[in-house]
Design a protein around this ligand. Structure first.
Ligand code: BGC
Length: 715
């Protein structure tokens, strides 16, 4: 750094997109990294120029969004979250990192760890869902998978936790919109996944596009300096989001690009993505004293340190890992396993599923998403290889073999179509088939960045298609492929079984076939609440109780309300008059092909002191006929605290395989650190008192116990 001029240093703070003059700019040392260039020959040439022809021979960061797989596309992150399986998520991230690194990428803009409580938001697809504890566990797994044992190990790439912070709280789920996050909520809900990423050694963080209480995140010194650098001692780099520095003046925080550059640099943004306000204004701002040299030096030191840690000074070209057949097969196998474990069986009336391969001579496969290998990969699939993607139709054909007749009729060309094609033929097929499978949902373009929806019912004429098939009177199975939880109220009583497949990635088809035919039992659990109606949003399980929570039997039908009913006659509590107060499907819900029973909850000690742990154990019995995996979940409530706490919060989970007739003792260790909460002006508090616990298969679990946290030696 002592040998670098101010301009050389500011050059390191530029992350550029491919452009005609890129090579020259690198040669001059005015670029520190490039994003979105995926061409091994081209990136190698740029690295060569950087090493051999730029003033100080500093190699480049080469960044890319590797959100859920690179060539081999895994389920969307929200789907992976439904697996509740950090080991599998880690393995998936590793495969993605290996494929990306083989293509010359050394840095990815993942994991996206924004808590999302609004299914209208298109980016909920990329998120770990609504829960803090699950998000933290998955964050650690993703960072570990991407970065491996060390950043310089073959196949490792630097991770980037994004978007810091609060992006998921955009008003009404409109992407980029303002957020309203009280300070306690920010620290208790939105920040913990980022703290988990920092503790896991994440190399970088990306600022959010959003505005937090009047300060856009890209200029938020309170977040970037006080929280991230001082409280958390983060040593990695902070990158802006795409042009989020010049956007500071669009927000109305700054007058022009010069002020934006100064605001972002002083807030602690080390690297500018896509735009060039740093290149144009920082040197002059340093000379005028508006940005100190220390700000620049700190940023550049961190950027250079990351390049050293990645081993780029030794070998900027990265390890030559071949995308060989063996690694491709391993990747596909992990994608298959991830798809299997991500799917959630929401409903299975009369145990309609699994179907029996022997009982199927003729299968009707209907709906717009049965044979859409591209659509099933979901959002953010820049480098995804559609050739690797196997549709549900092909998965079913492969599983059933040539002896079963499969009649496939999409009826709707896309998920949004309103015109039926061959409807009569589809109805006839359903009438004469041994089973009818309906593939419904959303195409990939309906979710993702800037793809929010105000109405999250099944689009187009899909609901009518369900009704027409329902009228035939034969059992119906719906498989839903979507980037978000959809409101399913208008089909839930029209179909017998619902398998929620999310956008399951390239091996979605074989996984769907395996689950429908019972090769494996579903084990996914919802990482997000499924509302009955858009008007209920935000609806999330870990809400606070309020002073007037609805009673369990609070049900009002707006049609039955007597004219001029007295104002208090319907019950005075927190519910809507025109929809039940409960979700359609609760957080943590997910059925399997067997029955699980929970009993004998035991807490090893009635009292625990700060710094200690309680052990909570239950019997988990498989009383059904099949071997299956259950995700046992531990919920806690702090019923009396200095600030009101959620009615329930997830504090532990275990994936357990249980054989038919077997009982497994499941144990959770609950550390008192997990009972802390943030209170404005006080910081993290651990308050003595009684804690309630529940264990079960979803967030409505009723097997309960309690323990007491006693005061520590210091009160
Ligand atoms: C997104 C980021 C992404 C970046 C680069 C932005 O629009 O918000 O999540 O990493 O683009 O593609």
């Amino acid at each position: 750094m002592a040998r670098m001029s101010l301009d050389d240093k500011i050059g390191q703070m530029a992350l550029a997109q491919p452009a005609e003059d890129l090579a020259d700019a690198i040669r001059q040392g005015s670029i520190g990294g490039v994003l979105n260039l995926v061409d091994r020959e081209a990136t190698n040439e740029l690295q060569r120029i950087a090493r051999e022809e730029s003033p100080h021979g500093i190699p480049l960061l080469l960044g890319r969004d590797v959100i859920h797989g690179f060539h081999t596309i895994l389920p969307i992150p929200l789907g992976q979250a439904a697996s509740w399986n950090p080991d599998l998520v880690r393995a998936g991230s590793r495969v993605a990192a290996e494929e990306a690194s083989a293509a010359g990428i050394n840095w990815t803009f993942a994991p996206m760890i924004d808590i999302a409580r609004d299914p209208r938001w298109g980016r909920i697809a990329e998120s770990p869902g609504e829960d803090v504890f699950l998000a933290c566990a998955l964050t650690r797994a993703m960072v570990e998978g991407l970065q491996g044992e060390s950043l310089s190990a073959p196949g490792s790439i630097a991770a980037c936790a994004k978007h810091f912070a609060g992006y998921g709280a955009s008003e009404s789920g409109r992407d980029y919109a303002t957020t309203h996050i009280p300070d306690n909520e920010l620290h208790n809900v939105y920040l913990p996944p980022f703290k988990a990423a920092v503790d896991a050694g994440v190399a970088s963080l990306m600022t959010s596009f959003s505005d937090l209480d009047g300060i856009p995140a890209t200029a938020h010194a309170g977040l970037l300096r006080d929280v991230l650098r001082e409280q958390w001692s983060f040593k990695g780099i902070v990158v802006s989001d795409w042009e989020s520095i010049p956007q500071l003046s669009i927000h109305g925080l700054t007058a022009d690009d010069r002020e934006s550059a100064i605001a972002a640099a002083n807030a602690g943004v080390d690297l500018e993505m896509a735009s060039d306000t740093y290149a144009r204004h920082l040197a002059e701002a340093v000379r005028s004293g508006e940005v100190s040299m220390a700000v620049i030096d700190d940023a550049v030191a961190r950027l250079l340190k990351l390049k050293f840690e990645l081993g780029l000074f030794e070998d900027p070209y990265g390890p030559a890992i071949e995308d060989a057949q063996a690694s491709r097969e391993r990747a596909l196998q992990i994608a298959h396993e991830a798809a299997l474990q991500s799917m959630v069986l929401l409903q299975n009336n009369n145990d309609l599923l699994p179907l029996d391969t022997n009982g199927i001579d003729k299968l009707a496969v209907i709906g717009p998403l049965a044979d859409q290998p591209y659509e099933q990969m979901g959002t953010w699939i820049f480098d995804g290889d559609p050739e690797r993607s196997v549709s549900a139709l092909d998965g079913l054909r492969a599983l059933l073999g040539p002896d079963s007749e499969i009649v496939h009729l999409p009826v709707l060309e896309t998920s949004r179509s309103r015109e039926f094609v061959d409807l009569e033929a589809a109805l006839e097929a359903a009438r004469t088939a041994d089973a009818t499978l309906l593939f419904l949902g959303e195409e990939s373009i309906l979710s993702g960045e800037a793809h929010s929806r105000a109405d999250i019912d099944l689009p187009g004429a899909q609901v009518e298609l369900v009704q027409r098939l329902r009228a035939i009177g034969k059992p119906l199975v719906a498989v839903i492929l979507a980037g978000r939880p959809l409101t399913l109220s208008n089909i839930v009583d029209e179909v017998d079984a619902i398998l929620y497949a999310w956008h399951p990635g390239c091996m979605g088809g074989p996984a769907i076939a395996d689950l429908l035919f019972g090769v494996e039992s579903p084990s996914g659990k919802l990482p997000v609440t499924v509302p009955r109606a858009v008007g209920q949003i935000p609806l999330y399980y870990n809400a606070r109780n309020t002073g007037k929570p609805p009673l369990p039997h609070t049900v009002v039908d707006i049609d039955d309300i007597p004219v001029r009913a007295p104002q208090t006659s319907l019950g005075m509590s927190a519910f809507h008059l025109d929809v039940a107060h409960t979700p359609l499907f609760a957080f943590g819900h997910g059925l399997s092909y067997t029955r699980f029973e929970y009993s004998n909850l035991e807490i090893n000690t009635p009292q625990v002191a700060p710094g200690g742990s309680v052990q909570i154990s239950v019997d988990l019995h498989n009383s059904g006929q099949r071997s299956a995996v259950e995700v046992a979940q531990l919920y806690v409530r702090d019923p009396v605290a200095s600030i009101t706490r959620p009615a329930r919060e997830l504090k532990g989970f275990k994936r357990v395989r249980v054989e038919p007739g077997q009982t497994v003792r499941v144990q959770f260790q609950l550390h008192t650190d997990d009972l802390k909460f943030w209170m404005r002006q006080h910081g993290w508090l651990l308050e003595p008192g009684r804690f309630q616990v529940w264990v079960g298969g979803n967030s409505e679990a009723d097997l309960a116990g309690e323990f007491e946290l006693i005061a520590g030696p210091n009160g």
